[in-house]
Design a protein around this ligand. Structure first.
Ligand code: ARG
Length: 609
């Protein structure tokens, strides 16, 4: 199906051309005065300049032309030359029924399917996942799902930090603790044990201990740097320890991401880019882009149009070690070879803005990717506590992601129990709390524009009222309950009519459950339909702008419209059967839109709350 806005724009364009004006003037937008109209067109103002006429005269001509249009029930010209539009009920209902019948609720997929790589997650192996990694996972997962929904081939890569100093720190700490391990015996020639010399809990304790030690003891830090260098140069015993660290740590990471409903297609890391580094450095040097500066190898990235000075990108330190930027460039070479992506998206802390600017520029300058390749850095802000400082535990330490999820699930459980008529048994209440908790957490994050810092507020996030995940879920649960009642009534009705037992008359989640939606009879119903009509538009724009918060804003609006409609309308008690069936179609369609969006944001709805 065509986008709703496109349909009415086309109608406006034919009016403009029929009156002898250029088609490009006929731009229609959502009204910024909802009290006056639903959509508007300001094209008469621009036309006035082009055709040297009064804007109001042009507007009046267009209005006259549109009198007969099936799209509008009211078209009026307002000084100095605005054209105000109200959508015709039958036209709107027809669009609703079209959405019900079509795939993906009538959203057409993009015409040009692209291969998109989304680099998100970015956890550092052997360090516990903490809230700093929450945003990358949550935002990246949503972007990945949104891209797929509009029709792209999207590949999600966790891009682990698995090659850095933490490895050297762990190796040296292990050496101090267990010097007799064969990895530290240079004369050892046998096979290394298959079993790791530590458990995940030991590993989680070893890293912070080693990190603290390196801050107090420069000699230890020096050793760790040496060990890291040895590992990166391929020293077999350290590679063996590294593999143990990876195995133990990955199992734990996978469990953590799964709890967040975050799934990666690729579990690659910085270490995978290592083999591409020598070729990269040679290429940059051969092309005359890389040059020596104070012993380091650097590439200039300044461009004439820069307002601020950009420092050169360092690709090799004076001690021969490669850097974060080197690894990201090498990864692009690898990705070009494996996938040839049309579009790169990196979801990383916004403090890495400069790093990515440099990396993108070097990649383009060196021809690793073409100059017009789309490379986006989605830099996100910090998640703060109520004190406005980066989120911490009550004791002031770094909050582990597991603990955070447990805390919000508890809070959701309490909310459910507070609701007197929840009627849930223990098992269902626990499962519902998990679902609601995750919705609270993710919506709390995604409803903010990614670049902004936000305050993590459990009380607000788990509230069933206001702009929250649980409110959206509550709306879905409300629709479920309406549909259940309706199905029950239909069953008894049918049973009475034929004098037999009817089967379970459940209403399908897709489309309108087979009911025909009628033109809206009142304002609440129309407002809801107008919101639904924007579905495909919102899906495309949100992905194009990599903006999950736009989907949040949309489902908040949809939920408000649904609840307003619910309070103003007797749905089940409506006596006119066709009307009642139409209402059922409408709320079923609303549920389908809401649950589709919720899924794109990376959470799910509970059956009831
Ligand atoms: N591991 C990095 C960190 O914790 C994030 C990695 C982001 N992705 C990338 N391609 N650099 O800061």
């Amino acid at each position: 199906m065509k986008k709703f806005l496109d349909l009415i724009t086309e109608e406006m364009q034919s009016a403009f051309t029929a009156c002898g004006y250029d088609e490009d003037l006929a731009k229609v937008t959502l009204s910024n005065r909802p009290d006056l109209c639903e959509y508007q067109c300001n094209g008469a103002m621009a036309a006035a300049k082009r055709y040297k006429k009064k804007p109001i005269d042009i507007a009046n001509e267009i209005v006259e032309k549109l009198k007969e249009s099936r799209c509008f029930e009211d078209v009026s010209a307002v000084m100095p030359g605005f054209i105000n539009l109200k959508i015709a009920g039958p036209f709107l209902a027809e669009y609703m029924n079209g959405m019900c019948a079509a795939d993906k609720l009538g959203m057409e997929e993009v015409q040009e399917k692209q291969t998109v790589i989304v680099d998100y997650g970015g956890a550092n192996v052997a360090k516990p996942l903490h809230v700093g990694h929450l945003r990358a996972a949550v935002i990246g997962e949503a972007i990945k799902r949104m891209g797929r929904f509009v029709g792209h081939k999207v590949i999600g890569d966790v891009h682990l930090g698995d090659w850095g100093l933490q490895m050297g720190l762990i190796i040296e700490e292990l050496k101090d603790r267990k010097p007799n391990l064969p990895y530290f015996d240079e004369s050892f020639t046998g096979e290394y044990p298959a079993e790791a010399p530590f458990t995940i809990s030991e590993l989680e304790e070893i890293y912070p201990a080693a990190s603290a030690k390196s801050k107090a003891d420069p000699a230890f830090k020096e050793r760790a740097q040496q060990a890291t260098f040895k590992l990166q140069s391929g020293y077999a015993p350290y590679r063996a320890i590294w593999r143990h660290i990876m195995n133990v740590s990955l199992a734990d990471l996978k469990k953590n991401y799964a709890n967040l409903d975050v799934e990666f297609d690729l579990w690659k890391g910085e270490s995978d880019a290592e083999p591409y580094i020598p070729g990269l450095i040679k290429d940059l040097t051969d092309k005359g882009l890389a040059y020596e500066s104070q012993g380091a190898l650097v590439v200039d990235v300044v461009e004439e149009t820069d307002a601020k000075e950009l420092p050169p990108c360092i690709i090799r330190k004076s001690d021969g070690a490669s850097l974060y930027a080197t690894s990201d460039l090498a990864t692009i070479i690898e990705r070009e070879q494996d996938f040839k992506p049309d579009h790169y998206v990196y979801v990383v802390d916004k403090r890495q803005d400069l790093h990515f600017k440099q990396v993108f520029r070097v990649a383009k300058k060196a021809g690793i990717v073409s100059p017009d390749r789309r490379m986006d850095f989605v830099g996100f802000g910090t998640m703060n506590g109520k004190d406005g400082k980066p989120f911490k535990t009550r004791e002031g330490g770094v909050m582990r992601l597991e603990d955070l999820i447990a805390e919000i699930t508890d809070a959701a459980y309490k909310r459910i129990m507070e609701n007197e008529n929840h009627a849930m048994e223990g098992g269902e209440a626990k499962e519902t709390a998990r679902i609601v908790g995750l919705a609270a957490l993710k919506y709390g994050d995604l409803s903010n524009q990614a670049t902004k810092d936000y305050v993590f507020d459990i009380d607000r996030f788990t509230s069933f009222e206001g702009n929250t995940g649980p409110y959206i879920l509550y709306t879905v649960a409300r629709i479920n309950s309406i549909l259940k009642k309706y199905a029950a009534i239909r069953e008894t009705g049918a049973a009475q009519a034929c004098g037999c037992d009817a089967g379970t008359g459940s209403v399908s989640a897709a489309g309108c459950g087979g009911e025909t939606i009628l033109p809206p009879a009142g304002e609440p119903e129309k407002t809801l339909m107008l919101a639904l009509a924007r579905f495909s538009e919102v899906m495309h724009t949100s992905f194009e702008e990599l903006a999950p918060h736009k989907i949040c804003a949309y489902i908040y609006e949809l939920s408000n419209a649904l609840n307003h409609f619910y309070h103003e309308t007797k749905i089940i008690a409506e006596e006119d059967e066709a009307k009642r069936a139409g209402y059922i179609g409408l709320v079923t369609l609303t549920r389908a839109c809401l649950t589709t969006c919720i899924d794109l944001l990376g959470f799910e709805a509970a059956e009831r709350m």
